[in-house]
Design a protein. Structure first.
Length: 399
């Protein structure tokens, strides 16, 4: 790694780096619950940590404005970044791309085994395998494919949760679909007790269990491929359309942000009312979090992207600091898990299941403050982050 001659080399788009930084920060706002609360409570506030009105408001605001919006934004930027590299790599672009995906998958696998059960890098690497075959398509075709993939995800999700939802409204809660929903998204006592036990396990217990469960994890990841690929393809389309290249007029960005927000926020608020009025049953929570909200999560993520493009310029301390976080997005994503594990895991401070939802949300600002502080300092000395360097160096060796 070499010291840079200037903060941003000419080819970089500062707004794009800033978007990555904001995406990593937003992911931390939700990832804290994967470390602080039982598995089911990540989506369902009735499971654990909803002791006060503040906890309910934090859940509702998180569902509407945070959950899967920033992860979708991260996937969009991943797709755009892959397209940029495919276009720039004139020699063996396919070899370089697949080498990067292989290394990213291994990094994500290690991340999931040692730290975060909800790692997204493995899913990104798997979905990324399809991107070279789409790289030559026009923006119009890419938009159409993104919409089609999102529709596939919603259709498959309705097929998965439809029976459980019907069972809930008809008072039949003993079907396989209903039991699956309650175990994973509801308040089934045995499942929650098991999640509590897993949250308190030692690192010596976690590692072999996670390694043994890799095949099951991969099957779960396969189910997420359509929606992750949809976001990546959308990001490719937005780069090809020059939206993510910061080449649109300000009014066009503002109009896109307003339109996407207007189309998504009423439906997201309606989903909050739907699950709340039903008492947060597993069938509704699973469908709401993974299926019904997915198109609106993508729309609001797109609104965030357009909004950032209008308010972030290449100058200013705020833009430079957020963009520094984005340039180190892989390192910061993993570092966030290291910090949260140090706070909540048994091999750290052991605060798992000790804090409410609102308190856990407050803790998410610890890694956020850390990445805002250290990222500019690191880039003052080096061109790229440590894990970015490892990723690119290992991919270069493989290709």
């Amino acid at each position: 790694m070499q010291s840079p001659s200037r903060p941003y080399p000419a080819p970089r788009v500062v707004q794009l780096d800033a978007l990555r930084g904001i995406a990593v920060i937003g992911i931390a706002w939700m990832n804290v619950y994967a470390f602080a609360l039982p598995l089911q409570a990540y989506y369902n506030p009735a499971v654990f940590g909803m002791e006060s009105a503040a906890d309910r408001w934090v859940w509702a605001a998180g569902f509407v404005f945070v959950e899967d919006k920033f992860r979708t934004l991260f996937a969009m930027l991943f797709g755009a970044g892959c397209l940029i590299l495919l276009e720039r790599d004139s020699e063996r672009p396919m070899h370089g791309h697949y080498a990067r995906m292989a290394v990213l998958f291994l990094i994500g696998l290690a991340h999931s085994v040692f730290l975060a059960s909800n790692d997204v890098l493995r899913a990104y690497a798997m979905a990324g395998l399809a991107l070279p075959f789409l790289a030559r398509l026009s923006s119009f075709k890419l938009y159409a494919i993104a919409i089609g993939l999102a529709a596939v995800h919603v259709g498959a999700g309705i097929n998965l949760f439809g029976t459980a939802i019907l069972d809930f409204y008809q008072g039949r809660l003993n079907s396989d679909a209903s039991l699956f929903a309650e175990r994973n998204f509801g308040v089934a006592a045995g499942a929650v007790e098991n999640a509590m036990r897993l949250g308190q396990e030692s690192i010596a217990d976690r590692v072999p269990r996670r390694i043994e469960g890799i095949p099951a994890q991969l099957r779960t990841l396969l189910a997420s491929l359509p929606i992750n690929l949809a976001a990546m393809v959308l990001g490719m389309a937005l780069w090809r359309d020059r939206m993510l290249a910061a080449e649109w007029r300000t009014f066009r960005y503002q109009r896109l942000a307003a339109t996407c927000a207007a189309l998504s926020l009423p439906f997201l608020l309606a989903i909050v009312w739907w699950v709340s009025s039903g008492g947060f049953p597993g069938a509704l929570m699973g469908a709401a979090a993974l299926v019904v909200s997915a198109p609106f999560d993508m729309l609001l993520g797109l609104a965030y992207a357009a909004l950032v493009m209008t308010i972030v310029s290449g100058k200013g301390v705020f833009a430079q600091r957020i963009a520094a976080v984005g340039r180190l997005s892989l390192t910061n994503y993993i570092a966030t898990s290291v910090v949260l594990a140090a706070i909540f895991a048994s091999w750290g401070l052991g605060l798992f299941a000790q804090l409410s939802r609102a308190q856990s949300f407050a803790v998410s600002f610890v890694p956020i403050a850390g990445m805002l502080l250290w990222s500019p300092l690191w880039l003052a000395q080096f061109q790229q982050g440590p894990l970015e360097w490892v990723w690119r160096r290992a991919a270069r060796v493989l290709s």
